[in-house]
Write a protein that binds this ligand. Structure first.
Ligand code: HEC
Length: 143
């Protein structure tokens, strides 16, 4: 999943750069494309490293005050799935997690238990976007 997304970033970067690069002709055009691939790969690697150092974010408190801790713990399934399993399921898919918490998505982690989570979505869907974003940052920071 991560690899597919990174390649997609690399490919779109190459596409943009080669679109911007005028086709001067044969050999020099080929050389420019190779350079673009290297630059795009480096950028993608940096993004992954930044994501991995995020720990103990302010959303931890929002997660607690919103009542989520009654059923979710970082590393262990309680009533709901462990946050690390939710984070893994939504790796590189922040949009999907946002949609779920806004009541616009489907359960992908433990669909058989979706009815237990459903009332909680009533809370997260009416929250300020900024608060929901803090919770999402927190969940995705758990590895
Ligand atoms: C009463 C227990 C309970 C509470 C409280 C609760 N959850 Fe859940 N949650 C569950 C269960 C059970 C699941 C598994 C069903 C599912 O995957 O949707 C789940 C799943 C999830 C998922 C994974 C969704 C998916 O795609 O499958 C997220 C994200 C989540 N909860 C976030 C939250 C947040 C944020 C709160 C606090 C506002 C919260 N939960 C409060 C029980 C709870």
């Amino acid at each position: 999943m991560k690899k597919i997304t990174l390649s997609a970033i690399a490919l779109s970067a190459i596409f943009t750069i080669s679109t911007l690069t005028s086709c001067g002709g044969g050999e020099s055009h080929e050389a420019k494309n190779e350079t673009s691939t290297e630059v795009a790969t480096e950028t993608a690697t940096e993004k992954v490293e930044v994501a991995e150092v995020e720990v103990d974010l302010p959303g931890k408190e929002t997660f607690k005050t919103s009542g989520c801790v009654a059923c979710h713990e970082p590393n262990r399934k309680v009533v709901g799935p462990a946050l690390k399993d939710i984070s893994a399921a939504y790796l590189d898919n922040r949009e999907g997690l946002t949609a779920f918490l806004k009541g616009e998505g489907e359960a992908i982690v433990d669909p058989a238990q979706a009815a237990v989570m459903a009332p909680q979505i009533e809370i997260t869907k009416v929250m300020e976007d900024a608060d929901r974003d803090l919770i999402i940052d927190y969940i995705l920071s758990i590895k």
